[in-house]
Design a protein around this ligand. Structure first.
Ligand code: AMP
Length: 249
């Protein structure tokens, strides 16, 4: 069984982004970029399934600019067998990515597709769900445990009330939550090995997918600055302030 894993190149989680002066977006020029953390977890999970002998091939996929190749090389250094870049300079929204992944699913026929639960740049939390709908396949989102057996995936999901365990028939779409696993460190020999692994490049047109954005960003602005808090001497004063100053109770 093949596993397709979607990996997005995003602004590194340590970077504090700045809004552009014309309010058209955030400035990502000369900013450190990395693999979306949830996607690192997705690759790690797929590689562990292969190491357990449940999966034969792990294919990492990224959609975006040429530099996404670096992200794909990292995925292959973690252990993906090969990679596919769908190259475009066009801004990609979740629906476009879901359509590209669907086209690759038709080509590769994976038994499982693993994505991150959300990308930390747009925080959309949409692509996996859209892909499941487009492919008409079962989905198990926010996975914190995955077991594969007898043509099924048994997935423990992190839901508002705690944990929920469901069984989905394969092929299926899974999205990863933070506690699913701790990705391994990438070693130098594996970085060197990853340089020699196969990386195919397609354009969205090659896959017959129209990636033109359907949603227009009107304005991006900083959140309002928070004013400093105050210390109160006792509970009575706290209640008084909440009632009469903040007017929240
Ligand atoms: P989002 O719906 O944008 O929050 O993204 C959820 C997940 O979809 C990410 O964690 C990735 O696994 C996948 N994804 C989103 N955008 C891309 C992209 N441009 N290339 C590859 N995977 C992506």
């Amino acid at each position: 069984m093949k596993v397709l894993v979607a990996v997005k190149r995003v602004v590194d989680y340590n970077v504090k982004v700045r809004v552009k002066s014309d309010n058209s977006g955030v400035d990502i020029a000369n900013v450190k970029m990395s693999m979306n953390p949830f996607d690192e977890i997705a690759i790690e999970e797929a590689v562990r399934l292969r190491e357990k002998g449940l999966v034969t091939e792990v294919i990492a996929v990224s959609c975006g600019v040429t530099q996404c190749q670096e992200t794909l090389r990292t995925a292959m250094a973690i252990g993906a067998d090969r990679a596919i870049l769908v190259e475009t300079t066009q801004e990609l929204q979740p629906l476009a990515v879901a359509k590209l992944l669907k086209a690759l699913m038709d080509k590769e026929q994976p038994g499982l597709v693993i994505l991150g639960k959300q990308a930390i740049d747009d925080d959309c939390n949409q692509t996996g769900q859209m892909l499941a709908a487009l492919a008409d396949l079962p989905q198990a989102t926010f996975a914190s445990k995955v077991e594969v057996a007898d043509g099924k995936a048994i997935v423990t999901r992190e839901v508002d009330g705690g944990l929920e365990t469901i069984a989905v028939n394969l092929p299926a779409i899974i999205t990863t939550d933070l506690r699913l696993n701790e990705p391994r460190y990438v070693t130098l020999p594996n970085i060197m090995k990853a340089k020699k692994k196969q990386l195919d490049v397609f354009k969205p047109e090659d896959l017959g997918v129209d990636v033109v954005p359907r949603i227009k960003t009107l304005k991006v602005s900083e959140p309002p600055k928070r004013s400093a808090g105050i210390k109160v001497p006792d509970v009575a004063t706290l209640v008084d302030k909440l009632k009469n100053v903040a007017k929240v109770i």
